[in-house]
Design a protein around this ligand. Structure first.
Ligand SMILES: Cc1cc2nc3c(=O)[nH]c(=O)nc-3n(C[C@H](O)[C@H](O)[C@H](O)COP(=O)(O)OP(=O)(O)OC[C@H]3O[C@@H](n4cnc5c(N)ncnc54)[C@H](O)[C@@H]3O)c2cc1C
Ligand code: FES
Length: 327
């Protein structure tokens, strides 16, 4: 399979990054030692030229910020909402679609956990994070109180696959399907689709982790959403969800966004591929295990073929192809 990817950091404030400096740029063939330029499908930003302008060095990368928690609340004892104040007017950097941060309570960077920015308030210099308390890293947030300090690194931009299809849909129809915590990393996508004058139909399944999550989301973010069960008792996608998807495709939906686990993502895409006559545009949340977020450590890599490794912390892919390389 020939896989085409784009870099979510391309032309951002941190581009060119250490990958360009070290000859491994995702976008620029010449930074990677080729004799020809294959940047024809990118905007007017030349990574090679920027690298030369910067003396052959990467631009300043993401700094670790010490931030104060200004508000916290816990739902069902398993999901924690925290509001964090962002220093020095940096909050405007967090507004982008797909923004996420690495956060931790302790000095030790081993505890860094990727969490999506679900809401940013540029007037009060703060962002909100919703954290499901699951394992060793996230459970450290359980006792966090207002006034406590957390360490934050970011923002990173690849929290959603399919950024292009979301931004391009205007005056159209979108279907959003989210289960459990997958709703919160999808909020930016929902807001962006609504901002671009699209009719957005939202279907939610609370999942198995937290009973009140959907009610909380509806109240906090004023979501008009339908609740159905996505899975049948055998773990297959439910007939109700199949019907919702099939009807939307017949009704000319321009994009389907999936805020679900990788397991459900593969099932849903399998259903779309077998039942739909057209290739409807897709976007989804990025559930990859990540450590550095910079394309360096390799925690997020998948083999697209024998020679091609994809770094899912940075690379944007066609969501149909993305679902094929998930394990
Ligand atoms: C871009 C991105 C945005 C995310 N946004 C949110 C969010 O807004 N809210 C939220 O609650 N969670 C979010 N996650 C998932 C969150 O990072 C993981 O739940 C967390 O890392 C689990 O760590 P743990 O040590 O607490 O649990 P573990 O015991 O390590 O794992 C518990 C579960 O989380 C999964 N997981 C473990 N590490 C990671 C990782 N680095 N990345 C992804 N999944 C992992 C495991 O497969 C397992 O299912 C996001 C993940 C990514 C990649
Ligand atoms: S998370 Fe380190 S390379 Fe992607």
């Amino acid at each position: 399979m020939k896989v085409y990817t784009k870099c979510s950091n391309y032309a951002s404030e941190t581009c060119p990054c250490v990958l360009a400096e070290s000859g491994h740029c995702i976008v620029c063939s010449m930074c990677s030692g080729e004799d020809f330029c294959n940047c024809s499908d990118t905007v007017s930003f030349c990574v090679l030229q920027e690298l030369k302008n910067n003396g052959g060095r990467a631009k300043d990368q993401h700094h670790i910020m010490k931030c104060t928690v200004t508000y916290e609340t816990i739902y069902d004892d398993v999901t924690k909402l925290i509001r964090v104040s962002i220093p020095d007017g940096h909050v405007k950097d967090f507004v982008n679609l797909g923004s996420f941060v690495f956060v931790r309570v302790y000095e030790n960077t081993f505890y860094d956990v990727p969490i999506s920015v679900l809401y940013e308030d540029i007037y009060h210099d703060s962002i909100e994070l919703m954290i499901q308390l699951q394992g060793v890293k996230t459970k450290c947030f359980r006792d966090l109180k207002a006034g406590d300090t957390i360490f934050l690194r970011g923002p990173y931009l690849n929290g959603i696959q399919g950024l292009g299809p979301i931004s391009r849909l205007r005056d159209g129809k979108a279907l959003v399907i989210c289960r459990g915590i997958g709703l919160f990393p999808s909020l930016h996508a929902i807001f962006e689709l609504k901002k671009n004058n699209n009719q957005v139909e939202i279907y939610l399944d609370g999942g198995s982790f937290s009973r009140n999550l959907i009610r909380v989301a509806k109240d906090l973010y004023e979501l008009d959403a339908n609740e159905i069960s996505f899975l049948d008792p055998e773990g297959n996608i439910s007939p109700k969800l199949c019907r919702v998807i099939d009807d939307a495709i017949k009704d000319d939906v321009g994009l389907i966004h999936l805020g679900v686990s990788d397991y459900l993502l593969k099932k849903i895409i399998g259903h779309i591929e077998t039942s739909s006559e057209r290739k409807v545009a897709l976007s989804c949340i990025n559930n990859t295990h990540m450590c550095c977020g910079e394309g360096i450590c390799g925690a997020c890599t998948r083999n697209a073929d024998a020679k091609r490794i994809v770094h899912l912390c940075k690379e944007q892919m066609d969501v149909y192809e993305y679902s094929k390389i998930l394990v």
